[in-house]
Design a protein around this ligand. Structure first.
Ligand code: BMA
Length: 338
């Protein structure tokens, strides 16, 4: 068990690839990169594609040197071995808007033959969630951005009932007592630009291993039984002190799993009351800028029934876990609905 973690935070039904060793780290990136994590992954035009977050200017001794964040891109034939393109894919300079400070935490959804990228944006006037589209990864166009504060958006890979659907996590500060109590929401759109008809999907209080926030993880994956959907769940413990390269880090991020109704994804058919992935390996609990962070951003269902789950570990490296789709469905359905 990881240090200072409550007993109930342990992983269920998954296998970490190569004992949890990173599938991508700063060593694989041919430009400035220190923290390589929180990637979005999709299968697109016969290849696996990964857009990852690269934070540079960070070091183990806490020194800051000209810090920045950009998105890198990598391609793979098997979803395991990755080749990083020679140049960063996207950063705030490319956007050329002085209002935008940085873009990060990308998630990829293939929808109607195009690749959509949901991202978080820090702006001078708040944190926003954006949706952009690309057909070839050379040209990318922003379709919509939320008002502050919102992020962790993911798009469903098809229209449902004639509308586009997304999950998201707004930050309601005043109305939730002035502390973090952030929940996962669902919204609809006729055109991917205008979003509304929003409702609460999964609240912090619904998740036994969260006391701080829950939010979307990877874009949902269609199965015969429903939309298999990862979420992140955060548990805070103020007795935790120095963890990682920072002076103080008190949160623990786990990956949770739920199953949403195919026709009406506002209905949770079942969700696992334990984490699917909790921090356990040294990359997840000991080594890194932060510790105890599992941040899932990509999920792929292979024809064989294998599910690949991509997650950032401790905001420092990118890792992969696999599971059998039937085990995951069983976990959700046996645990029951809300
Ligand atoms: C969230 C985001 C993520 C990060 C996580 C844990 O608020 O900033 O990018 O992985 O915190 O540090």
């Amino acid at each position: 068990m990881p240090k200072m973690m409550p007993e109930y935070l342990s992983s269920t039904a998954i296998t970490r690839w190569n004992g949890g060793a990173p599938i991508l780290s700063r060593r694989d990136v041919p430009y400035r990169a220190d923290l390589v994590f929180n990637a979005g992954v999709a299968k697109y035009n016969g290849k696996y594609v990964m857009v990852f977050r690269d934070d540079y200017g960070y070091s183990e001794n806490g020194e800051a040197k000209d810090r920045g964040t950009q998105l890198g891109i990598a391609f793979s034939d098997d979803g395991i071995r990755w080749e990083v393109s020679p140049k960063p894919f996207w950063n705030s300079d490319i956007l050329g808007d002085p209002e935008i400070l940085r873009v990060y935490d990308p998630r990829l959804t293939v929808l109607e033959g195009k690749c959509y990228l949901c991202f978080a944006v820090d702006t001078r006037h708040g944190l926003r969630g954006g949706i952009a589209v690309t057909e070839d990864f050379s040209d990318i166009r922003i379709l919509s951005m939320t008002v502050p504060d919102n992020r962790n958006m993911v798009l469903f890979p098809e229209k449902i009932g004639g509308r586009y659907v997304r999950l998201e996590r707004p930050f309601p500060v005043y109305s939730r007592g002035g502390i973090d109590r952030f929940d996962a929401w669902i919204s609809y759109s006729p055109d991917l630009r205008y979003w509304g008809d929003s409702s609460l999907l999964l609240a912090v209080e619904d998740v036994p291993f969260a006391n701080d926030k829950v939010g979307p993880g990877a874009p949902p994956v269609r199965t015969e039984k429903g939309w298999l959907t990862l979420f992140h769940a955060v548990q805070i413990d103020h007795s935790r002190g120095k963890n990682g390269w920072e002076d103080r880090w008190q949160k623990c991020y786990c990956a949770g799993l739920m199953l949403l109704d195919l026709e009406d994804p506002r209905r949770i058919l079942g969700y696992c009351r334990q984490p699917l992935l909790a921090p356990e390996t040294k990359w997840e609990t000991d080594e890194g800028f932060r510790t105890n962070v599992i941040f899932p951003g990509g999920m792929i269902l292979e024809d064989s029934g294998e599910v690949k789950i991509y997650y950032g570990a401790s905001d420092t490296v990118e890792c992969l876990a696999t599971a059998d789709v039937n085990d995951l469905l069983r976990l959700c359905l046996e645990s029951g609905a809300k």
